[in-house]
Write a protein that binds this ligand. Sequence first.
Ligand SMILES: N[C@@H](CCC(=O)N[C@@H](CS)C(=O)NCC(=O)O)C(=O)O
Length: 151
Amino acid sequence: MAALIENEVFKAFATYAAIVTFKMMLMGPVTVYFRLTRGSFSNEEDVARKSDDEKKKLLKSHPDVERAQRCHHNDLENIIPFFFIGLLYALSGPDLSSALIHFRVFTASRIFHSFAYILAFPQPSRGLSYMLGMLTTLSMAYNLLSKVFVP
Ligand SMILES: N[C@@H](CCC(=O)N[C@@H](CS)C(=O)NCC(=O)O)C(=O)O
């Protein structure tokens, strides 16, 4: 384990995996921000202290809250595969320079994707950033499998 922590590719993976995980975790507070500012709650207990009239107004969906939730969900669909494929790829002994390109491109694509989603940038900006992240993970999977594949 100590030798692994000293490995430069593993350190790079740990760095970028932590950054994208932290970015994904931020989507929770972003959703909370939209719930509070848009007055949009989904659980009875969240508005328990309000009057019946206010409860009716607050217990409703809002497009901004739903957008933040979809963005969070999309992160889960893409960052969890990056974590597992990226870890195996890092352990398969790639060059530091090509590993860094993969990790940096993926991280930048997911940060851009979140801005594009939350701020509703015109398409195809979000679609392209999604594709770039997906292609990066596929490229790591291809590099990994070309080294370790056992039929
Ligand atoms: N689960 C995704 C699969 C495809 C995908 O991730 N598309 C990207 C680029 S268009 C996206 O941002 N989808 C919006 C979303 O997942 O809410 C979907 O339903 O759209």
